[in-house]
Every structure is written in structure tokens, then in C-alpha cells.
Design a protein around this ligand. Structure first.
Ligand SMILES: NC(=O)c1ccc[n+]([C@@H]2O[C@H](COP(=O)([O-])OP(=O)(O)OC[C@H]3O[C@@H](n4cnc5c(N)ncnc54)[C@H](O)[C@@H]3O)[C@@H](O)[C@H]2O)c1
Length: 465
């Protein structure tokens, strides 16, 4: 009898230990937390998501994705209510007690003084600290400023009376996916694991070895810097594209033609194209780097350049059309980048504001976001701006536009979506033109003499819904 009892107890304890390693709670089921939760559930973890947004919770419980994310809906259908469950903050105490592994994916914005705002995470620590027990592993996945993990370690130790590396574990494991491609990229990108102690590293590795192809171990500050450098390197790269556009245009040259000359079969090329460069990460993360280093010019210069592309556009348009009063402006694309529905830190509202201040009438359209119908937005437009290069815009053709926009419509196509190679042109001129044009990939295409209305018409017909 006693032997049987002991056997049962041992089996039960073993299952408990196994289950502990398999249960994960994720705080913040947003653009980063949700895809991660779904991938972890798909890899066999029992994942509990916690969020403060009741609407988001309700959508998820009804198996509805709260935002676009390629491949996520099918994983939500598969795991919702089974391997993946979502709860509001009311259940925090129980969830913390039941889950030894806790991942933080809360937002880390900048405040009105452009300083990192860590308050959501600090508040959460205060809330969960009283119920935390020896053995808990906290994985910080939000993007943070250098030194934040060590700051968090101090707060955790003070508030839980536990000790990092002995009976409490902490790892900074940054997220490096591109929004919209999370599901694909989560299993492709090496995972950086930054810890103060080795046991925390081993414990975090047990989670990420199930999803990442490679683990890179380091200290917290190097991990924090690596994440910020990834984003800022891209941001500066795009700023170069934008500055070079402004320089080329000031010489009356088309940037896409120059880019083609630089990049074509040249192994030290790879210059980025211009574009509206923004978004919650790229815009704010630089401020995490320069917060305590006022002389870091490159990051601020990139920010000034990228944020001023709408201002540059306005000045170019005003050089063509002096009086914008009552002119109709159509802005296509409201998200901060292509093929997603995230409008945080998008440059389109800035564009809208600039043109409204000039007395223009502005209409906006985005196929991923609730907005006016495309035809209403384009109809009688005097200025048409392709603010974001959503793939679906590739199917806009000049004939369709020509039938709707005003006679002298000026088009701003910073992405070269129309393949003219020009960032600013009159629709009429392009339609009438029989000169060589530059195609979307920067390749110079010899046009036949009739490369006018008819050739351009062949560009796929419109299908934006
Ligand atoms: N979006 C990206 O492409 C991306 C990429 C890499 C890293 N990051 C970083 O990841 C972090 C999260 O970004 P995001 O885009 O997922 O933000 P998000 O706003 O989409 O998600 C944050 C979620 O946290 C929830 N939340 C806030 N306080 C909470 C609390 N106390 N408890 C539970 N939930 C709470 C919010 O309701 C929201 O759903 C940020 O630090 C960001 O910089 C974002």
C-alpha cells in the first residue's frame, strides 16, 4: 500500500515537473506576444496569454485575429481554447502561481520627453511580485534600453525577496521578427539570450531551443544593444536611401536610375531605395540608444531625415502647385509599412496634417484599414500620394487612375510602384511619354515608341479588395 502510494506520488511529482517546464504565461498578447504564444502552443507548450485589453481578449476567445499577421489565423483556430488560452488581468495571481515561466511582451514606448517609458512593465512587476515563488523564470522580450534588464533584476529582487541566479531567474530574449512575418520568422531567427547568471540562461534556452534554429548566449546589456543595433542599422540604412533621393533629385536626376547604376551587379552596392520609413520600433528605439548619450549624431540624423520625408514631399509638390487651397489630395496607405494594418507611428497622418494646413482637402485609403472606398478617395484627385507600397497597389494602372483623377494630377511615387523611375510626375506626362522608363526593380527598359497609354494599360487591372 505504502509502496504504491510512494510510486503514485513519484509519478505525480514527475508529471508536475514536466508540466512546469511546459507551461508558459505571456503577459501582453499584442503584435509580439500573440504570434509567440501561437508558435509556442504549436510546439507543445501550454500557453496562457494575459492582456489588459478586454476587446482583444474577446476577439481571441472567438478565434478572431485582432490584427493581420500572415499564418497566425490558422494557428489560432488550431490552438485557441486548448493549448492557448487568454485571460484578463483579474486572473493574474492564479496564472503566476500556475506558471513558472513568464514572458513579458508589453509595450515599451517613449514618453513626452522622448525617454524610454518602462512603466507598464514596472507596474506589472509590482502586481505579480507578491505571488512569485522560488523557481520562477521571467523572460523579458519587449525592446528595452541598455541596462533595463539589470534594473528589472534589482526591482524583482527587492519586491520578491528572491535572488536572481539562486531561486529566481531572469533572461532578456529580444524579438527580432518583422511585423507581418512573425510566424515564418520566429522559427528562422537565431535567439539572443542575455542573462546575468548561467542557470537563467539554461532555463531560457529550454524554451527557445524548441523554436529557434540557434541560440546566442550573452550578458543582458549586449543583448539589449544587439536588438537596438538591429533596428537602428535598418533605420539608418533607409535614411541613406532618403537622403540620396533628396540629393539626386536636387541635381534633377531620378534616384531609381542612380540606384540601378549603383546596385546592378556591383558587389559593394546594395543601397536602399527611398521610402516612408517609420513604425513604432524604428522610430522609438533610437531614443533608447541616445537617451544618455546626447552626441550620437547618426541616430538623430536618421530620425530627422526619415521623419522629414513628408515635409520634403510637400515642398516638392508646392514647387509644382503653388496654391494648394481646395486641391484634392489622395493618400494611399495608412499603415507604417506594407501589407499590414498597424498605423502606429505611420507618416501618413503627418502628410495629411501638412496638406490640411495648406487648405487642401485630403482623403485617405488603405485596403488593410477601415477607410473611405478607393474610388471616392481617388476621384478628382489633384495630387495622388502612394504613401505605402502595399503589394495590392501594384495593380493600380494608369488607365484606371486617368479615368478618375483630375486632368493635371500630380503623382508622388517614392516607392517606384508605377515603375516610371520618377518619384514625382504628372500622370498625363507619363501616359503621353514615349521615352524609356525605369521598371520597378530598377532595370532600364527600352520602351517601344508606343510605350504610352496602351503599354501602361496592360499593367494588371485594379483589384484592391
Ligand atoms: N511590433 C513589432 O514589430 C516589434 C518587433 C520587435 C520588438 N517589439 C517590441 O515588443 C514590445 C511589444 O510590442 P507590440 O508591438 O507587441 O505592442 P502591442 O501594443 O501590440 O502589445 C502590447 C500588449 O500588451 C498589453 N498590455 C499592456 N499592459 C499590460 C499588462 N499589465 N498586462 C498584460 N498585458 C498588458 C496591451 O494591451 C497590448 O495588447 C515592445 O517593447 C516593442 O518595442 C515590437
Amino acid at each position: 500500500m505504502i509502496v504504491n502510494y510512494c510510486k503514485d506520488f513519484l509519478i505525480y511529482s514527475r508529471i508536475e515537473v514536466l508540466m512546469r517546464d511546459k507551461r508558459i504565461a505571456i503577459f501582453g498578447i499584442g503584435r509580439i506576444g500573440l504570434p509567440l504564444a501561437l508558435i509556442l502552443a504549436d510546439k507543445g507548450f501550454q500557453v496562457t496569454g494575459v492582456d489588459v485589453d478586454p476587446y482583444r481578449i474577446s476577439l481571441l476567445r472567438h478565434k478572431i485575429m485582432p490584427f493581420t499577421e500572415e499564418g497566425a489565423q490558422s494557428l489560432l483556430d488550431k490552438h485557441s481554447g486548448k493549448k492557448f488560452q487568454v485571460f484578463s488581468q483579474e486572473h493574474v495571481d492564479r496564472i503566476v502561481v500556475e506558471n513558472e515561466i513568464i514572458i513579458f511582451t508589453l509595450g515599451t514606448p517613449i514618453d513626452e520627453t522622448y525617454s524610454p517609458n518602462f512603466s507598464d512593465i514596472e507596474k506589472l512587476i509590482r502586481k505579480i511580485a507578491p505571488v512569485m515563488k522560488p523557481g520562477h523564470l521571467i523572460i523579458l522580450r519587449s525592446t528595452v534600453f541598455p541596462g533595463a534588464t539589470e534594473q528589472l533584476a534589482r526591482q524583482l529582487e527587492e519586491q520578491t525577496k528572491l535572488s536572481i541566479g539562486d531561486n529566481l531567474f531572469l533572461a532578456y530574449c529580444p524579438e527580432r521578427i518583422a511585423e507581418g512575418k512573425s510566424i515564418e520568422e520566429l522559427t528562422q531567427i537565431p535567439q539572443i539570450i542575455g542573462t546575468i547568471d548561467e542557470i537563467s540562461a539554461e532555463k531560457a534556452a529550454k524554451v527557445f531551443e524548441k523554436i529557434a534554429p540557434k541560440l546566442l548566449f550573452t550578458n543582458p546589456k549586449s543583448a539589449e544593444l544587439a536588438k537596438l543595433f538591429c533596428n537602428m542599422y535598418r533605420y539608418i540604412d533607409f535614411a541613406i536611401g532618403n537622403e540620396f533621393m533628396m540629393i539626386a533629385e536636387s541635381y534633377g536626376c531620378n534616384i531609381y536610375e542612380v540606384l540601378h547604376l549603383v546596385n546592378d551587379n556591383y558587389k559593394r552596392g546594395n543601397l536602399k531605395s527611398p521610402g516612408f520609413t517609420a513604425g513604432p520600433c524604428l522610430v522609438k528605439d533610437g531614443f533608447f540608444l541616445i537617451d544618455k548619450s546626447p552626441y550620437m549624431e547618426l541616430v538623430t540624423a536618421a530620425w530627422r531625415l526619415n521623419e522629414n520625408v513628408p515635409g520634403y514631399l510637400l515642398s516638392r509638390v508646392k514647387a509644382e502647385i503653388k496654391d494648394l487651397h481646395r486641391k484634392k489630395v489622395a493618400i494611399l496607405g495608412l499603415s507604417f509599412k506594407k501589407n499590414i494594418d498597424d498605423t502606429r507611428h505611420s507618416l501618413s497622418p503627418k502628410l495629411e496634417r501638412y496638406f490640411l494646413a495648406e487648405g487642401a482637402k485630403v482623403s485617405l485609403y488603405d485596403p488593410f484599414i477601415d477607410s473611405q472606398p478607393l474610388e471616392d478617395v481617388i476621384k478628382d484627385a489633384d495630387i495622388l500620394i502612394l504613401a505605402i507600397n502595399h503589394d495590392v497597389f501594384k495593380s493600380l494602372n494608369f488607365q484606371y487612375l486617368g479615368n478618375l483623377v483630375s486632368e493635371g494630377c500630380l503623382i508622388f511615387d517614392i516607392w517606384n510602384m508605377f515603375g516610371t523611375g520618377k518619384i514625382l510626375f504628372y500622370l498625363k506626362d507619363v501616359i503621353d511619354s514615349n521615352k524609356s522608363v525605369t521598371t520597378g526593380n530598377g532595370e532600364i527598359k527600352k520602351s517601344n515608341r508606343k510605350h504610352t497609354r496602351r503599354t501602361l494599360q496592360r499593367r494588371v487591372s485594379l483589384s484592391t479588395t
